[in-house]
Write a protein that binds this ligand. Structure first.
Ligand code: BES
Ligand code: MN
Ligand code: ZN
Length: 500
C-alpha cells in the first residue's frame, strides 16, 4: 500500500497529489513553490483569488492539465499552524481520502507540508496510515444488488525527508490500527441473527488461528460447572447457547503483569422482561461493541506482537424473552460468590461482565479494562463523542487516559463514591442489586456494580454506549459502528508499564 520517497517524482502519473495548507500566507518554496513554477504561477493566482480554503478540514481540488505527471492537486486546509493537533490532522487527511476514494487509485502525499513545531513526521505518518483505512471503510451488508464497487485507493506514495524503511513501517502500523478498527466495525454492523454468540466464538477462533493465540471457549455446561450464574441468567431466555471467549497472548517470558481486556458481548439486547420500547430496541445488535473493540485490539496485538501479556475475555449471549427467562426480583449467584437481586433485566451488561471480570482474574489478569455499551445514562451525561470512564486506581487510569489521547478517542471520568457503593449494596435480599431504583446516575451505577467484581485489581471501566455508533458519517468513517476503543486498547497495551 505505501511507498516512501525522499523526492517527488514529476514524471509519475499520480491520480492526485495531496498537499497540506496552513492558515497563513503561503510561502512559495518547497514542493508548493515548484508546483507553482511548473504551472506558470497559476497556483499562486488561484490562491490569491481566495479560491482555496485554508480552514481546517477544507478540501480543494485543482487540475494540473498536463503540467506534470500528477493529474490533480488536492489541498487540505489545516487551520492555524500553532493550533493543529494530531487529531485534527488525522481528520483532515480522512476528509481528503474520503474525497479521493472511488476517484483515485494512486496518490502521493507531501508529508512535509503537514509538519509544524509540535507534530513530528512519524506521528503524522502513523495518523495517515490510520486515517486511510478508517476514512475509506464501508459496510457492504446483504443487498442482492450490492453498490457499485468503488475504485479503491491502491497505492499511497509519501514524500518525506525521513529514513524510508523506518517510515514505511510506521505508515503500515498505522494502517494496521485502522484496519483492525474496521474489523470491529464490521462485527458491530453485522445483524444479530448473523452475529450470535457462536458466530463470535468462531470469529475469535479464527483470530487465534491466524495469530497463534491460546483460545478457550466455555460452553453453557462449563459455565454451569464453574457457577457463572450471572452470565447464565442473562442467557436463560434464549435458544442461542452462550459462549465465554478467552484469548491469551503471551509476549513476556513469564505470565506476569497480565492485562485483562473484557468486552460486553450482548449480541442482541431486548431488555428481557424489563422490555425495551419499540424504538429503544432498534439498533441493539450493536450491544456487542465492547467485545468487538477487544477483538479488534487483539488483531492489532497479533500483528504488532508487543512484549506484553494480554488475556481477552468476552461474555457472549443475547438477552431474550421466553418462559425460561430470568425475571425482575430473581436472585442469582455470580462466579465470585456474590448474590445479586435482579431489579431490572435490562441492566444485563453488568451481569455478564461480572462473571467475565472474575474469570479474567482467574486467568491471572492483574490490570483490567472493561469496554461496554452499558448505559443510556452515559449518553445523557457525555454525549456521543466522549466515552465514560470509571476507575478504582489512579495510576492505571492515567495509562488508559494517555492511550485514549494518543488514539484521539476522548474519555472522561465519572466518580464512584462510597454512597454509590452503598446504593449498589442496598438490596434487602442479596449482596448486590443490579439496578437500584430511580433514574439518578445510571452510568455511575453500572460502573459501581462492576467495581464489586474488579475489587482491588486496578480497573478501568469504559462505557461506550454513546460512542460505539455514529448517526451520521464523519471524517473518519461512515454512519454506523465506529470501532471506538480498538486503537485506545491497542495503544494502552503497546505502551503499558507495570505499576509497582
Ligand atoms: N445496552 C443497553 C445500553 C444502551 C442504550 C446501549 C442505548 C446503546 C444505546 C443496556 O443494556 C441497558 O439497557 N442499560 C439500561 C440500564 C438501566 C436499566 C439501569 C439503560 O441505560 O437504560
Ligand atoms: Mn440492557
Ligand atoms: Zn445491553
Amino acid at each position: 500500500m505505501f511507498l516512501v520517497h525522499n523526492q517527488f517524482n514529476w514524471e509519475e502519473p499520480f491520480d492526485a497529489l495531496v498537499i497540506g495548507i496552513w492558515d497563513q500566507p503561503v510561502r512559495w518554496n518547497g514542493l508548493l513553490g515548484e508546483v507553482n513554477d511548473r504551472m506558470n504561477h497559476q497556483l499562486e493566482s488561484i490562491f490569491k483569488a481566495g479560491e482555496i480554503s485554508k480552514k481546517e478540514k477544507s478540501i480543494g481540488s485543482i487540475f494540473t492539465l498536463g503540467s506534470y505527471g500528477a493529474r490533480k492537486i488536492i489541498t487540505v486546509g489545516l487551520g492555524k499552524k500553532g493550533e493543529a493537533s494530531i487529531e485534527s490532522v488525522r481528520e483532515s487527511l480522512g476528509k481528503a481520502f474520503k474525497h479521493l476514494n472511488g476517484k483515485a487509485e494512486t496518490i502521493c502525499v507531501d508529508l512535509s507540508s503537514f509538519l509544524n513545531d509540535s507534530l513530528q513526521a512519524e506521528e503524522i505518518a502513523f495518523a495517515l496510515g490510520e486515517s486511510l483505512a478508517l476514512s475509506t471503510y464501508s459496510y457492504s451488508g446483504y443487498k442482492q444488488k450490492p453498490n457499485e464497487p468503488v475504485k479503491a485507493i491502491e497505492q499511497v506514495t509519501v514524500v518525506t525527508a525521513e529514513d524510508r524503511e523506518e517510515f514505511t513501517s510506521v505508515l503500515e502500523t498505522g494502517y494496521i490500527y485502522g484496519r483492525a478498527t474496521n474489523s470491529a466495525r464490521t462485527l458491530v454492523n453485522t445483524p444479530g441473527n448473523m452475529m450470535t454468540a457462536a458466530d463470535m466464538a468462531e470469529y475469535a477462533k479464527n483470530l487465534a488461528d491466524t495469530y497463534g493465540f491460546e483460545v478457550e471457549i466455555l460452553e453453557k455446561e462449563d459455565m454451569e460447572k464453574l457457577g457463572m450464574g450471572a452470565l447464565l441468567a442473562v442467557n436463560q431466555g434464549s435458544t442461542e447457547p452462550p459462549k465465554l471467549i478467552v484469548l491469551k497472548y503471551q509476549g513476556r517470558p513469564e505470565w506476569k503483569d497480565v492485562i485483562g481486556l473484557v468486552g460486553k458481548g450482548v449480541t442482541f439486547d431486548t431488555g428481557g422482561y424489563s422490555l425495551k420500547t419499540k424504538d429503544g430496541i432498534v439498533g441493539m445488535k450493536t450491544d456487542m461493541a465492547g467485545a468487538a473493540a477487544v477483538l479488534g485490539a487483539m488483531e492489532i496485538i497479533g500483528e504488532t506482537r508487543p512484549e506484553q501479556n494480554v488475556v481477552a475475555v468476552i461474555p457472549a449471549t443475547d438477552n431474550m424473552i421466553s418462559g425460561n427467562s430470568f425475571k425482575p426480583d430473581d436472585v442469582i449467584t455470580s462466579l465470585n460468590g456474590k448474590t445479586i437481586e435482579v431489579s431490572n433485566t435490562d441492566a444485563e451488561g453488568r451481569l455478564v461482565l461480572a462473571d467475565a471480570i472474575t474469570y479474567a482474574k482467574h486467568h491471572g489478569a492483574e490490570y483490567l479494562v472493561d469496554v461496554a455499551t452499558l448505559t443510556g445514562g452515559v449518553i445523557v451525561a457525555l454525549g456521543t463523542h466522549t466515552t465514560g470512564a470509571m476507575t478504582n486506581h489512579e495510576a492505571w487510569f492515567e495509562q488508559v487516559l494517555e492511550a485514549s489521547y494518543h488514539a484521539g478517542e476522548p474519555i472522561w471520568r465519572l466518580p464512584i463514591t462510597d454512597k454509590d457503593i452503598k446504593r449498589i449494596r442496598s438490596s434487602k435480599v442479596a449482596d448486590l442489586i443490579n439496578s437500584p431504583g430511580g433514574r439518578e446516575g445510571h452510568a455511575i451505577m453500572g460502573g459501581t456494580f462492576i467495581l464489586e467484581f474488579a475489587e482491588d485489581t486496578p480497573w478501568v471501566h469504559l462505557d461506550i454506549a454513546g460512542t460505539a455508533t455514529s448517526k451520521g458519517s464523519y471524517e473518519l468513517g461512515p454512519s454506523g459502528a465506529t470501532g471506538v476503543m480498538v486503537r485506545t486498547l491497542a495503544t494502552l497495551v503497546e505502551g503499558f508499564t507495570p505499576i509497582k
